[in-house]
Design a protein. Structure first.
Length: 514
């Protein structure tokens, strides 16, 4: 750390005594000095920067220290933000001119006496040595920190290790976000403080929306946060957020820049590895579907551990929206942390997850955190994987934001119509009924109402006529029109059943008669 006036005054060879502008113990005496230099110019301020100790033997003053000279001289030093003035006695002046002492007192400039002819060069050299030592220590510390970061980057979990080291070196918290703005699960030590979590999320989204390399700063709730994009402009890989209690200095910024570069490379490599792992998972899942589960199990064990043991549930994510990388990352993390309990893969542009039945609740929590809807099969074994997949696909078709996880058993409880509807039966029903639906509204309503009542009375004419308050020949005519429009023979049970099912499915899908 740079030398202070207090440290200089503690050196017995310098014979420094506080004479004006401050009292002993004043915090200003413990402030680091930016420089120590000597000058006897009447106005040295054009060559001075703030925060230093100016030494002089007073050659520029007359023996009385003329008031105008003293006051103007001290005023100029204060305006230049000089920290203190050191005046040598027993060289030109036996004592410090009284009017100079008065001026320093009025302006609040610290004045120290350099007595016993203490050499200025010794004081300057002491200060320079302290500054050089501080710079050397800072450089050595920075090099050591960079070496630690480099060693961490070579570990198998390089990205996590690098972020942990950054936390320790800077005394900060670190958060990593993917290119979609979702938090990437990392094993860092400290969480994002709740007081700034919302602001950090907004800053991340803002940085990503720009699509270019850059950074944002947030100063809020006693934290100084840097949000830095990773990757190349128009091809961002994510965002790194670093939070400290105070703004980072130069060496700390250099260390942060190094980590940003490493994190960007690591994210790029991670995405490549993830893509390859995703392709491998897809191949293994195809092997499972072809009942080569033993081959798939032995292959999966090398990377993720053994496959889940029955009873299993097959779960399929709903078609939209597509899963984000954050969800896939959490599924990956779960499968690695709890080996043998979850397997997931991409199949025909859907994400399929196979879990042990008891882990279904854990899967639902993961999906819920990412607002992902899905459908689940009944319990199956590996030989019945095809059946489980078909059931999960049907259940996924019924999943909605309000009903984000549908199990096949729920559809089965709704009967055959529920299964038909889940399998897309409503669309088929509307195609069957299209000639009837296409009729003018009044005619369509009359015909549908007549045939619906007639079917509810098992094709009996008289009860149907009484319910509709029309003649039975009218009922016969209207049913005949429906037969002709739909090319059905409603005297046959099969055709009656098809019409009834079509009407029911159309009603279930629209909430109206069609």
């Amino acid at each position: 750390m740079p030398v202070t006036l207090e440290q200089l005054m503690a050196q017995p060879d310098f014979h420094l005594r506080l004479r004006a502008g401050a009292e002993p113990g004043t915090p200003a005496l413990r402030a680091p000095l930016a420089w120590v230099h000597s000058s006897d110019l009447p106005d040295p301020t054009p060559w001075l920067s703030p925060g230093g100790l100016l030494l002089t033997d007073g050659t520029q003053f007359d023996s009385d220290g003329e008031t105008a000279w003293a006051d103007g001289y001290v005023g100029r030093l204060v305006s230049a933000e000089v920290a203190a003035l050191g005046f040598a006695t027993q060289v030109v002046h036996a004592e410090i001119p009284a009017r100079l002492m008065d001026a320093c007192g009025r302006h609040g400039l610290i004045l120290v006496e350099v007595a016993e002819r203490a050499p200025f060069m010794a004081i300057i050299a002491f200060a320079n040595d302290a500054a050089a030592r501080e710079q050397r220590e800072r450089l050595e510390g920075s090099l050591a920190a960079h070496r630690t970061i480099a060693r961490a980057a070579l570990r198998p979990d390089g990205l996590n290790a690098v972020l942990k080291v950054l936390e320790v070196q800077l005394g900060c918290w670190v958060a990593l976000f993917d290119a979609a703005g979702y938090r990437v699960p990392t094993a860092t030590r400290l969480p994002v403080p709740a007081a700034v979590e919302r602001e950090v999320g907004e800053a991340v989204r803002t940085a990503l929306s720009r699509g270019t390399r850059g950074s944002l700063r947030i100063s809020s709730a006693g934290a100084d946060v840097t949000v830095q994009t990773l990757g190349r402009s128009r091809e961002l890989h994510g965002v790194l957020a670093v939070g400290t209690q105070a703004p980072l200095g130069g060496p700390q910024r250099d260390l942060e820049d190094s980590v940003i570069a490493l994190a960007s490379i690591a994210l790029d490599q991670t995405r490549t590895i993830e893509d390859e792992r995703r392709r491998l998972r897809a191949v293994l899942f195809e092997l499972m579907l072809s009942r080569a589960s033993e081959v798939a199990d032995s292959t999966a064990e090398l990377l993720w551990g053994r496959l889940p043991v029955p009873p299993l549930r097959v779960c399929v994510l709903a078609a939209a929206p597509p899963p984000g990388r954050a969800l896939l990352a959490e599924l990956e993390q779960f499968s690695e942390r709890y080996r043998g309990r979850l397997f997931f893969a991409e199949h025909e542009e859907r994400i399929v997850v196979v879990v042990h039945d008891e882990d279904t609740a854990s899967l639902r929590k993961i999906l819920g955190r990412h607002h992902a809807a899905a459908g689940g099969s009944s319990t199956v074994g590996w030989p019945q994987l095809q059946v489980g997949l078909a059931e999960a696909l049907r259940a996924a078709e019924r999943a909605t934001p309000d009903r984000d996880f549908v199990q096949f058993e729920e559809l089965a409880a709704e009967g055959m119509l529920g299964l038909l509807e889940a399998a897309g039966g409503a669309a088929v029903a509307r195609r069957i009924l299209l000639p009837l639906i296409s009729r003018p509204a009044a005619e369509r309503e009359t015909l549908i109402n007549a045939v619906t009542v007639w079917l509810s009375h098992n094709g009996a004419w008289d009860p149907s006529a009484r319910e509709l308050a029309v003649h039975r020949h009218t009922i016969r005519h209207r049913v005949a029109v429906v037969e002709r429009l739909l090319s059905l023979d409603l005297s046959q049970f099969a055709d009656r059943a098809e019409l009834w099912a079509a009407l029911q499915l159309a009603h279930r899908s629209t909430g109206t008669s069609i």
